[in-house]
Design a protein around this ligand. Structure first.
Ligand SMILES: O=c1[nH]c(=O)c2ncn([C@@H]3O[C@H](COP(=O)(O)OP(=O)(O)OP(=O)(O)O)[C@@H](O)[C@H]3O)c2[nH]1
Ligand SMILES: [Mg+2]
Length: 191
């Protein structure tokens, strides 16, 4: 390869290890690094939610709304959090339970984050709703995400066992939507 390959990273330790390995062998790879600010969806629920909304606004080319849902374990200081989708797809309902084996608490909270952007380049506004509960062996229909393993505090049913009206009244999403609705309605003018 004539031109050096650009490794986009701001991490000097990564660069050192990658350079060391790629410079070995019959065809050493010539690397250069550039510390560029590229989207990397990792961080707090708020950071992930805002990044999603910014990207969506660019694609939509105007005002838009996004929503990101997190499932946060007390024992894991809030993880899996915004990464719950990948956890759910990989380890399923059973894995979401066994993940907590050996910990002293199975408490969790579900967190919904709506993000509204007025358009590309404008900072998203966040509306959050949180419901505390416990992770339990799956009960009820397994039609929506991790509904079957989340039992809200003060109830003896999982989200999956509740009817949708009851769930919406107490859910993370229901609480976030109440705030979002107030905001959106306050934006409406009579003109
Ligand atoms: O049991 C559940 N009760 C809920 O109330 C709920 N809300 C979302 N989810 C799941 O949690 C992950 C979030 O990921 P997520 O926010 O990125 O959503 P998504 O990728 O499905 O949609 P979107 O990103 O296109 O809006 C996904 O696996 C969703 O299926 C829920 N599961
Ligand atoms: Mg998603």
């Amino acid at each position: 390869m004539s031109k050096p390959l650009i490794f986009v990273t701001g991490n000097a330790n990564k660069l050192r290890e990658v350079k060391a390995i790629l410079s070995q062998g019959a065809h050493p790879i010539d690397l250069e690094s550039q510390d560029l600010d590229v989207p990397e969806i990792q961080g707090t629920t708020e950071e992930v939610a805002k990044a999603k909304c910014r990207a969506a606004a660019e694609l939509v080319g105007g005002p838009c709304l996004t929503e990101d849902t997190a499932l946060c374990y007390v024992a894991l200081k809030g993880l899996p959090g915004p990464y719950i989708k990948h956890f759910m797809q990989t380890i399923g309902h059973e894995g979401l339970n066994t993940l907590l084996d050996g910990f002293s608490t199975r408490e969790a909270w579900s967190l919904c984050t709506f993000a509204y952007s007025a358009g590309p380049g404008t900072e998203p506004i966040i509306f959050e709703g949180r419901t505390d509960g416990t992770i339990v062996p799956a009960r009820g229909p397994k039609v929506f995400g991790w509904d079957a393993v989340f039992q809200p505090a003060g109830f003896d049913q999982t989200y999956a066992e509740m009817d949708s009206v009851e769930k919406n009244q107490i859910s993370h999403r229901g609480k976030a939507l109440a705030k979002l609705r107030e905001f959106l309605q306050s934006q409406v003018t009579d003109s």
